[in-house]
Design a protein around this ligand. Structure first.
Ligand SMILES: *Cc1c(COP(=O)(O)O)cnc(C)c1O
Length: 453
């Protein structure tokens, strides 16, 4: 299988090279040349999570043998609570389920992609003998997941930008209290979108990118998206037969990575009727799927900080398919979007997507509602799904983080503070971080001084 750029003017690459490249040289994102069928996996594939993931990747990756792929996934999910059932499906009522994606080392779904990415980078360093410097932006959870995927790995340094004061205390401590020398958390004086823009600018500075051996971990990374397809398949395989035909997935959404992975799995044959994009008050995607207009506004910090985003990077991949896999028109629209303008998407059809939006008071209310109706405590991101429970269709809500990552909000809603012993330990450690202005040159300078050559 080859991978193409969504902007149509970069050479096709095999899996390993597309992974290593991050952004394509024409500024696009890599997508598989054709989407394979997962019918065989749905019907007969393994139920053990790492084996299922390995079989799925064998449909896309021609560079690794079956044994190598198996080993890669066994290793990647060995840090999960129960590796064989890394994404347990919990029944809330007869037709409503929660897919718990927070049983990895940093208690958010991003571990699914980033444990894999960490191991793929390690393999790349061993193969090429060259160091890498990983650069990413985080709205809270990507950073710690990337850090835990790469902490103490030889030949790798990790630089993570995050918006100062806009992520939870625990999230910050997960990044700044690792005690690992190869980890460089950078608090910027700005929003997540500023952080993400700086990272994009640095990757588009090709000279600097190659000289500094930059690699990406943000949610545009191909391996992350593909790794996320697997838990949708895993969820399907856990459903009782009578419920597995017309499934409605509800997905807390920020950068559009998680829900896109589900949609891609749908394009590969996963029986899915609908994907609800659940946003917080930063509702770019809610408005986009209702009106077909990409209209970014300023970010308003919310109780679900990992979704405080008004730039949906992975939307470019959906746009590419929407425009009939046409790189030229994707490129033109993306250039308009990048200017920050309001852009009307031509002949927009939301297709299987629908959208729901929850503001902060709704998040509090939904946590209460979940507790009262289902005796279940969702984290503030997952709470954004609970607008959608009142139907008879099989509904799977994706739980993207452990509630113990956001004890203050949970406490405000239901007067209890969920705890996790591993997170509690972080409170007594000394944080290490750099505070810098939200300015590309300042960050470039800091990287120049601290990268591994
Ligand atoms: C990153 C994140 C999201 C948003 O996921 P996207 O793939 O960016 O749409 C939702 N919830 C939590 C807890 C997250 O960490």
């Amino acid at each position: 299988m080859r991978f193409l750029s969504t902007r149509g003017s970069a050479p096709p690459l095999n899996f390993t090279d597309a992974f290593a490249a991050g952004l394509a040289p024409d500024g696009g994102l890599y997508v598989p040349q054709r989407l394979p069928s997962i019918q065989g996996l749905l019907e007969k594939g393994p139920t053990r999570y790492p084996e299922l993931a390995a079989e799925f990747f064998q449909l896309l990756d021609d560079d690794h043998s079956k044994e190598q792929t198996n080993e890669l996934f066994e290793k990647s999910y060995s840090s999960f609570e129960d590796p064989g059932n890394a994404a347990p499906l919990v029944e809330l009522s007869d037709s409503t389920y929660i897919l718990e994606l927070f049983h990895g080392p940093t208690f958010a779904f991003k571990d699914f992609g980033l444990q894999l990415v960490g191991n793929m980078f390690e393999e790349q360093i061993a193969r090429t003998g060259k160091a890498i410097n990983v650069l990413g932006a985080t709205s809270g959870d990507t950073g710690s997941a990337a850090i835990h995927g790469l902490a103490d790995k030889e030949g790798a340094r990790v630089f993570v930008l995050y918006p100062e004061g806009r992520i939870s205390d625990i999230q910050e401590r997960q990044m700044t209290c690792t005690g690992s020398d190869n980890i460089f958390p950078i608090a910027i004086e700005g929003s997540f979108d500023d952080a993400q823009r700086i990272v994009k600018d640095l990757f588009e500075d090709l000279n600097f990118k190659y000289r500094a051996r930059l690699s990406a971990v943000n949610s545009i990374n191909l391996a992350r998206i593909l790794a996320q397809c697997v838990y949708y398949i895993h969820a399907y395989k856990q459903l009782p037969k009578k419920h597995n035909e017309h499934v409605h997935y509800v997905v807390p959404t920020g950068n559009f990575g998680n829900v896109l992975a589900g949609w891609l799995a749908g394009q590969m044959g996963l029986p899915a009727e609908q994907f609800t994009v659940a946003t917080n008050q930063n509702d770019l995607l809610f408005r986009l799927f209702r009106e077909g207009i990409y209209d970014p506004r300023t970010v308003n910090p919310s109780l679900a900080p990992s979704m405080d985003i008004q730039v949906a990077s992975n939307f470019e991949r959906f746009l590419y398919y929407h425009l009939g896999e046409e790189g030229q028109s994707t490129s033109e629209i993306m250039k308009e979007i990048k200017k920050g303008n309001e852009v009307i998407i031509p002949e927009f059809d939301a297709g299987k997507f629908s959208a729901t939006r929850t503001d902060d008071s709704g998040i509090i209310e939904n946590i209460r509602k979940a507790k009262d109706h289902f005796n279940y405590v969702p984290d503030p991101h997952t709470a954004c799904c609970f607008n959608e429970v009142a139907n008879n269709q099989t509904t799977i809500m994706l739980a993207t983080a452990h509630p113990a990552k956001f004890p203050e909000t949970i406490n405000e809603a239901i007067n209890e503070s969920p705890k996790h012993p591993i997170l509690e330990k972080l409170r007594s450690r000394t944080p290490k971080k750099e505070r810098l202005p939200a300015n590309t040159d300042a960050i470039r300078e800091y990287l120049e001084e601290n990268i591994l050559q």
